[in-house]
Design a protein around this ligand. Structure first.
Ligand code: COA
Length: 224
């Protein structure tokens, strides 16, 4: 019988070329948040489109900090410098437990309303008969390390970890064509889709109605 810590070490941690993978513990959280602010908050397609005010960024910080507490997230560290090259932040929603977040910023409200409207189209607990699943929230690679297969490797390790921990279902809302490509290779199936042109603002209007069909979020699941 292996402990969760041993399973994490076995399926996630270790060297990969110039990088070392490490589960994120409390001591790493500030550096992880800094990485997310410099990379994910600026470049993830939906956040990049809407743009985050400082209030919105601090609200997203609070959400990310909460997800890190689920202890499924890990980082790639550049061995030479100790710099965070990428993170894979994964949460663990449980049936009947709804995380309450108080969102005040206009930008984060728009993001949440948009993602919420597509994610709630399918009740994962009832549809797949699970009590919990893994929500692959943020895949983020530092600008200096993109295009080298790092995100792909982190998805592979995340899926191995989830299988090792006996999860039956993983879900993610993919907004980037690059992560959609990775997820297709891994066998994810689309369960819902919504186009960025359908994003609604606080006045009920559609500020991005001009956007083309290739900018969208695809909610996908993987049976493990
Ligand atoms: C999306 C992101 C995580 C990808 O990380 P990465 O380490 O560069 O991805 P990989 O190198 O594993 O590439 C994955 C696939 O996308 C392709 N790809 C990656 N960057 C690309 C680019 N700029 N142009 C064309 N294709 C690209 C790769 O060729 C690869 O496909 P392949 O396996 O067929 O060769 C990274 O760009 C990032 O952090 N972006 C900002 C945050 C974000 O958008 N996160 C995802 C939200 S769902």
């Amino acid at each position: 019988m292996h402990t969760e810590r041993q399973i994490m070490a076995e399926f996630v941690e270790g060297d990969w070329g110039e990088f070392a993978f490490k589960m994120i513990d409390q001591s790493m959280a500030p550096a992880v948040m800094q990485h997310l602010r410099k990379n994910f908050y600026l470049d993830e397609p939906l956040l990049k489109l809407i743009g985050l005010s400082e209030l919105a960024a601090s609200e997203l910080d609070a959400v990310a900090t909460r997800i890190l507490e689920d202890n499924l997230s890990f980082a790639a560290i550049e061995k030479n410098t100790g710099k965070i090259a990428g993170v894979r932040v994964t949460g663990r929603p449980k049936k009947g437990h709804k995380a309450s977040v108080n969102i005040q910023s206009r930008e984060f409200q728009m993001v949440s309303k948009f993602l919420g409207s597509v994610e709630k189209q399918v009740d994962l607990f009832d549809t797949f008969g699970v009590e919990e699943y893994a929500d692959l929230h943020f895949a983020s690679i530092d600008k200096d390390f993109r295009g080298q297969g790092l995100a792909s490797e982190m998805y592979n390790r995340a899926i191995s970890l989830l299988k090792g921990l006996n999860f039956k279902l993983a879900k993610s809302s993919f907004t980037s064509p690059f992560t959609r490509k990775i997820s297709t290779k891994l066998g994810f199936e689309q369960i819902a889709i919504k186009y960025f042109r359908e994003i609604e603002d606080e006045n009920g209007t559609y500020p991005y109605s001009h956007l083309p069909n290739d900018e969208f979020v695809s909610v996908r699941i993987l049976r493990l």
